[in-house]
Write a protein that binds this ligand. Structure first.
Ligand code: ADP
Length: 366
């Protein structure tokens, strides 16, 4: 979550550079990151390229005036939530009314009072931050409930149904379906238990009760352990898991978190790869970081779906065309744990060819 004032970016839009300089200097001193645009058109271009937390917008500008800029921003889903404060010499009531009507959040007249401008900028940035936090909390709550209500119910229902049939098969002494049923029961139990493990770990991370204990980790050893854990699932689909990791790769990270990440990425690799496929694990050291990769030659991910991954507010059921629809909790948990360790996670994928999930983590200094 972003609460660091230094990282908050303000865009100043004004056709008079002297005005921009005045406001920019003053806000820079207050610790904000500043960018500027000298016309409505360039402002829109900047905003499409970069993420801003707040916009200070002049009204009277040639070609496209401030009202039109604001109207455009508010009509676009990508930019509609950025607060716009009008900063203008126009003080008539019609302009003020119009500014609020087109979506402005506040109105300051020039010449402005520095303390007042700063107080308003600060207030709106704080409100914006709180709004974001609330949105994230709400999405987290929705996800919890949807997982408990739907996704956890499904493996449990399968367990109930299948075990009932199994019981009847044994009672009626037929027995030819027994092994198949036992396998299906085992799969449902495994998928339910992986989901429950993720859910519990995630709930602990959300309530802040998870400990972060970085230590030196032998990645070759951890990888072999992770392969062993997933071996049965892989064998069932005749998928090979190979490690290319050399023995001298040591990370400095939280062991439990890295185990969870490997468990999820490898199990996804198996889940989204056809029978007879291949999963390759690798890790490389670059300067102070280690980049770990889990590659599969499975179904791959559409370009448009890639940006939907790792996001709590997007339902994974809208991602991909795979028959195996999940909860989307695994990758969110991976991202959260990797960020706690100071790393990043990303994916390179081609539909129909396979996916490589990569993450970085600090290397051991020893
Ligand atoms: P789940 O597997 O429970 O859906 P994840 O967060 O682990 O949750 O994955 C979210 C989605 O990302 C999956 O539903 C799938 O569409 C896509 N995905 C993840 N890993 C892979 C992979 N290795 N190959 C193809 N798609 C994947």
């Amino acid at each position: 979550m972003r609460s660091d004032i230094n990282r908050q970016k303000v865009l100043i839009v004004d056709d008079v550079t002297k005005n921009i300089q005045l406001v920019a200097n003053f806000l820079k001193q207050a610790g904000y990151e500043i960018n500027y645009a000298i016309s409505g058109k360039t402002a829109i271009r900047h905003i499409k390229k970069e993420k801003f937390d707040l916009i200070l917008l002049d009204i009277m500008m040639p070609e496209m005036d401030g009202f039109e800029v604001c109207h455009k921003l508010k009509s676009d889903d990508e930019t509609k939530d950025i607060p716009v404060i009008f900063l203008t010499a126009k003080a008539d009531i019609d302009s003020i009314t119009k500014a609020f009507k087109v979506g402005g959040i506040d109105y300051i007249t020039k010449p402005f009072n520095k303390a007042e401008l700063l107080a308003r900028v600060k207030t709106h940035l704080e409100l914006q931050q709180q709004k974001r936090n609330l949105k994230e909390l709400n999405a987290t709550k929705d996800k919890f409930f949807s997982i408990i209500a739907h996704d956890l119910k499904s493996p449990l229902n399968q367990l109930l149904g299948l075990s009932e049939i199994l019981q009847k098969e044994i009672e009626s002494d037929q027995g030819h379906e027994v092994i198949k049923l036992a396998k299906l029961i085992n799969e449902s139990a495994k998928s339910g238990s992986l989901l429950l493990a993720n859910l519990l770990e995630w709930s602990r991370s959300q309530t802040g009760s998870i400990n972060f204990n970085p230590e030196i980790l032998d990645m070759e050893k951890m990888t072999n352990e992770a392969i062993e854990l997933n071996e049965n699932n892989a064998i069932q689909k005749n998928i090979s898991i190979k490690s290319k990791i050399k023995s001298e790769i040591f990370a400095f990270a939280d062991g439990n978190m890295i185990r969870t990440i490997l468990r999820n990425l490898i199990s996804n690799g198996i889940k989204f790869t056809m029978n007879g496929g291949k999963i390759i694990l690798n890790a490389k050291r670059t300067k102070d970081m280690i980049t770990y990769s889990v590659s599969d030659n499975g179904i791959g991910i559409k370009i448009n779906d890639i940006k939907k991954l790792f996001r709590i507010d997007i339902n994974p059921k809208s991602v991909g065309n795979s028959v195996e629809k999940g909860t989307g909790l695994g990758l969110i948990l991976c991202k959260e744990f990797i960020e706690i360790n100071g790393g990043k996670i990303w994916v390179e994928s081609k539909l129909g060819e396979g996916s490589t999930f990569k993450f970085s983590m600090p290397a051991s200094k020893l």
